[in-house]
Design a protein around this ligand. Sequence first.
Ligand SMILES: [Mg+2]
Length: 255
Amino acid sequence: MGSVPLKVSHQHIHARYIVFDKDGTLIDFHKIWGPRLVRGALKLKDICALDNNFLDHLYRALGYDPQTGQTFGQGPLATAPLHQFATIVASVLFQFGLNWDEACQLTKSHMSPEMTAAPSDDEIIARGNVRSAFEALSNAGCLLGIATTDNRAATESAIARLGIGGLLLDIRCGDDNGPVKPDIAVLLELAASRSLPLSELIMVGDTVSDLAMAKDAGVGLSVGILGGAGSESQLRPYADVLIESVEEITPTELG
Ligand SMILES: [Mg+2]
């Protein structure tokens, strides 16, 4: 089957493979990661008998604003895989007087479990009707994939909750062996797996990290989704088109 005629917001394009980021693109970003970080941070503060300076420093290091509950779109909380995130947490603990080994151990026992816990029902809030949008695209012949820096267990449970597992050709996660976003090799491998040129791929994401990767790889269309971690002004320079929801990506009728 050849490329599929699609409409993305107002823009028409032919493509074969659509690769979606997960957090902030398919599910609400702010409902899950800010609250998880805060829970882990408060545990560490109590266990290590630290004060609010520790919290301020930790949140700043990870790109989170506790006043607004917003995450900085180009910061570690929004974009880094878990092992990088854990190194930053341990580094802040070290700066507050803990030995490095102890800092790593406490991060592993008290922060990492918060970040890797299976998502609960109230944490997985679909951004629009993801399932029906994916069904329409799949029925039209589009290949669909997910590329996320989150780990595989949490990703698979979110996919199950969204009801899209059977519609996905490939899922790339942050704890996989092999390339991880924003390495463009993720997109190159997905294209190569179906012998497609990069121009047949569309990348959809809510951060500069996703969209800069898409541009560098040379995909056919880089789609920024608003309302996630990245602001409109951050995303605009890297996006060919901006949308509010994946429902705006639709197959067009063949004339
Ligand atoms: Mg995202």
